[in-house]
Design a protein around this ligand. Structure first.
Ligand code: ATP
Ligand code: MG
Ligand code: MG
Ligand code: MG
Length: 480
């Protein structure tokens, strides 16, 4: 079977041949031209229908949204902007299309608000915008695997159900063992949803890092890439309760190696998208520009979407210590004039996205990597620096987003790690298996976590994380 993309890209092979295509009708103009799309590309294939040659009733049945199988001849197109079109010889309607009802949905061809599109997330795939977003998202995932494969990493899968709270932040969904078929029907309503996972306390993973570390202690270079869950009861544009995280973990790496890896990695994936998603990016770029033009001039982005991506590739990320960053923030005009929602008053405070974005967008005007954070605001597993006050942590900050990656060199010294866990109230007995990695040939190692959706936000120019995942899980949205 040939996709619309096959036909448009390889049209020379198909010229003057009969071919079968499948797709949905995007528009049926003057009862003569069908714009057909099958999801393979943002572009539509034009089908020319000579109405005298078809049954009138059949043509009446074809509307926006109809699903069709068409047999026809591939010919050079007379129309501007398209290479080929298909002269239909046979048209088969594949299934029902409730056109009146369709006109009340987002499938009605007009501009719908993103909020409206989110309410009908199950239908979004059929729109140009979400087609482009999800094709780009797929390319990003593929590029991630390709990058690590080229660097001799092994792809492992860490558990989704686990006893560990890797972040120690307590933002977890707990897991309940529930076997309704064991119960009589009338008792099922009274099920105790608080029972544990076969007698043990477990939760959905907040990060695969601790398990990935154990794998790196044997395989050397590993990464895990899977669904991650956080009970974030916050309604921001960059947090989801369920997101996809990429977590490489590398034996023998230190903090600087880790920063180099993160920078190479992000540039590789962005470069891949620029190279392989040209049509979708051109569409998203135009949309981005239109959106910017609706804003007051002072708030507009300085660069177009594609330009922004190219610029990220051309410059080295700025590497700045947390201590320097705090100085910059404390002395900034914004801070002095009280323009931050959270004023920056002293060394030791955690950075909010407004601070991260200030550093990236206003101060340095390029992606920034902050490193050596105060130990109090970071997780227990990060390596303590010689100053005794900071840990070898690093966050990569991107324009429009703030934190896109968080990582660190891990504490590889058993006694230091144990002391730290005790100070931070992390149960050393529960994590006995983790401590084992520091007992039998402990080595320096480092890794990071990237939220897939934050990277997709960046490369698509979208601004709300709910719009770059097929089905967003947020406190208000878990129905489907
Ligand atoms: P933030 O400060 O934005 O809440 P974090 O510091 O809690 O993020 P980490 O624990 O460092 O996040 O996780 C690593 C990466 O996972 C983050 O840099 C981010 O890209 C992504 N991430 C974290 N939480 C979420 C979330 N709720 N939704 C989507 N992505 C997330
Ligand atoms: Mg968080
Ligand atoms: Mg953070
Ligand atoms: Mg972080």
């Amino acid at each position: 079977k040939k996709t619309v993309r096959d036909i448009l890209e390889g049209y020379k092979k198909f010229l003057h041949h009969d071919i079968t295509v499948y797709g949905w009708v995007r528009a049926f103009r003057s009862n003569r031209f069908i714009a057909l799309n099958d999801g393979s590309t943002i572009k539509n294939l034009q089908i020319v229908v000579e109405f005298s040659e078809f049954d009138e009733q059949l043509l009446k049945n074809i509307n926006t949204g109809s699903s069709l199988k068409i047999l026809g001849e591939v010919v050079e197109s007379q129309g501007a902007g398209q290479t080929v079109e298909i002269i239909a010889k046979k048209i088969i309607v594949l299934g029902d299309n409730h056109f009146e009802e369709l006109q009340k949905t987002i499938l009605q061809p007009k501009r719908h608000s993103l909020e409206k599109l989110r309410e009908e997330a199950h239908l979004r795939f059929r729109t140009n915008l979400f087609g482009a977003i999800f094709r780009v998202r797929s390319a990003v995932s593929f590029a991630i695997h390709e990058f690590f494969n080229k660097k001799q990493f092994f792809y492992i899968n860490t558990p989704i159900i686990t006893g560990a709270d890797a972040e120690g932040a307590g933002e977890m969904f707990s897991v309940t063992a529930l076997n309704l078929s064991d119960l009589p029907k009338d008792a099922q309503g009274a099920v105790d949803f608080t029972q544990d996972f076969f007698g043990k306390k477990t939760n959905l993973t907040v990060s695969g890092q601790l398990e990935a570390e154990t794998a790196a202690m044997g395989l050397g270079r590993v990464y895990t890439f899977g669904p991650t869950f956080r009970a974030e009861n916050s309604n921001t544009t960059r947090h989801l309760a369920e997101f996809w995280m990429v977590e490489p973990e590398v034996a023998f790496n230190n903090l600087e190696d880790n920063i180099d890896l993160a920078e190479d990695f992000l540039k590789y994936v962005i470069g891949y998208v620029l190279e392989n998603c040209k049509d979708d990016l051109a569409f998203l770029d135009e949309r981005f520009t239109q959106e910017q033009n609706q804003k007051p001039e002072k708030d507009r982005a300085k660069e177009g979407l594609i330009e922004k991506l190219e610029n990220v590739l051309s410059k080295r990320f700025k590497r700045v210590s947390y201590t320097e960053a705090i100085e910059i923030l404390m002395n900034s005009k914004e801070n002095k004039k009280g323009k931050f929602q959270f004023p920056v008053e002293n060394w030791g405070t955690d950075l909010q996205s407004e601070h991260e974005r200030y550093l990236v967008e206003k101060h340095f005007e390029c992606p920034v990597v902050l490193f050596d954070y105060p130990k109090e605001i970071k997780a227990f597993y990060m390596r303590l620096n010689d100053d005794g006050k900071t840990v070898a942590a690093m966050d990569v900050l991107f324009p429009g987003i703030g934190e896109i990656i968080g990582g660190s060199q891990r504490e590889d010294r058993l006694s230091v790690l144990k002391a730290k866990m005790e100070q931070m109230d992390v149960d050393t007995e529960e994590l006995w298996w983790y401590l084992d990695t520091r007992k039998f040939g402990s080595v320096p190692h480092a890794g990071f976590g990237l939220g897939l959706e934050r990277l997709v936000l960046f490369v698509t120019g979208m601004t709300n994380i709910r719009d770059v995942i097929p089905f967003a899980r947020t406190p208000k949205n878990a129905e489907f």
